[in-house]
Design a protein around this ligand. Structure first.
Ligand code: WQD
Length: 342
């Protein structure tokens, strides 16, 4: 089958990028993955090929801030568009080392745009984040909410979106699909790819995974005194495959209309930390011990998406529920544990 189009995925061996590569190939696209392996493993490419075959997949090791590398990649391919995942994404790390975040996240985007412009490729889907909203008063959060960064990571996402707005205003050949993620969790149903952060996980589900395997003794719940039904933080968790399919729909919309968009990619349904623990215990049949600790700096009580615009503009609708998110997280965790002992 001849692929509909060839797409460059920068950072395509990461958690969301790898799942998007699978969704793209399954939708009839060819995916060329550029990744510098700074926060991913080469073996992820083999796993993606195991899931959907290697006929329409290619891997290139390279850094998105390297103009010479990008020039070579664009000269060797006829891309319809690019999905840009390659960026640093830790809030805490961004505060400790802001310069590396400005370099990778902002210089990287500028070099990518310059390489695309030189090659005459003007379709870009950009991996943004709900972090651009900072602290909000109105929930669920609509795309019209004001953006304001409350940390350096969030600043790089706001600045990136503003850069795209400026470039798009100056040259109408550009079409940008800006996707604001909420809380992606879960894993591909095969158990062959999933989230695998290095060191002690900062995010909730990878941390619960480590408690479920016994690597960590208990979960620390950051605060039970928020203004929420059970006092713990509420987030809009979305299955990573729903999110991946949303990227395909963003490309499809650009292909069909030539128009860009800025949309939340969430479910519109929030769950608290305690509700997530209960769902994970139900699907894994494992008790997750936890203790309550003070709130974590920078956390907000509630982060939930108004997901109606993505439905109207892209036809996006999340299909997988919290139990499927936790079930696939646990299945992936079990496969990783088996691989470690093999
Ligand atoms: C979720 C909830 C915590 C860990 C982060 C980034 C954001 C985005 C998604 C990139 C909160 C609680 C967590 C733990 C806990 N990434 N929690 N114990 O903070 O909503 O968002 O990931 O775009 O930019 O900030 O996700 O999974 O860290 O926290 O109680 O050990 O779980 O307080 O209520 P968060 P998270």
């Amino acid at each position: 089958m001849t692929p509909r189009h060839t797409i460059l995925l920068t950072g395509g061996l990461g958690y969301i990028g790898s799942h998007t590569a699978v969704a793209l190939v399954e939708a009839g696209y060819r995916a060329v993955i550029l990744d510098d392996l700074s926060n991913s493993e080469r073996s992820v490419f083999d796993a993606i090929c195991q899931i959907c075959g290697d006929e329409h997949l290619e891997f290139i090791e390279g850094d998105v801030t390297d103009a010479a590398c990008l020039k070579t990649v664009f000269e060797a391919h006829d891309f319809f568009g690019v999905i840009h995942f390659a960026a640093k994404k830790s809030v805490a790390e961004s505060e400790a080392d802001p310069l590396s975040y400005l370099h990778t996240n902002l210089s990287g985007l500028v070099e990518l745009l310059r390489a695309m412009d030189t090659a005459g490729v003007y379709n870009l889907v950009f991996s943004s984040s709900a972090t651009v909203y900072g602290d909000q008063e109105v929930f669920p959060i609509p795309e019209t909410a004001t953006r304001h960064a409350v940390n350096t990571y969030g600043y790089t996402k706001v600045a990136s979106e503003e850069m795209l707005e400026r470039v798009g205003t100056a040259d109408d050949r550009w079409s940008f699909g800006v996707l604001r993620y909420f809380n992606p969790i879960g894993a591909h149903g095969s158990g062959l790819i999933g989230e695998n952060p290095k060191g002690i996980p900062a995010n909730l589900l990878p941390y619960i995974d480590r408690v479920a395997t016994g690597e960590l003794p208990e979960l620390v719940v950051y605060g039970d005194d928020y203004d929420t039904p059970d006092g713990t933080g509420v987030r809009d968790y979305i299955h990573v495959m729903d999110l991946a399919e949303g990227h395909v729909q963003s490309l499809d919309a650009i292909d069909a209309t030539g128009q860009g968009h800025v949309v939340n990619i969430g479910t519109g349904q929030g769950y608290s930390v305690l509700e997530v623990i209960k769902a994970y215990e139900a699907v894994s049949d494992i008790e997750i011990p936890f203790r309550i600790a003070p709130r974590r700096a920078g956390d907000v009580a509630v982060y939930c998406a108004d997901a109606s615009l993505a439905r109207d503009v892209l036809g996006f609708q999340a299909k997988r529920d919290l139990f499927e998110m936790c079930r696939t997280n646990w299945a992936w965790t079990q496969k990783m544990a088996e691989a470690k002992t093999a």
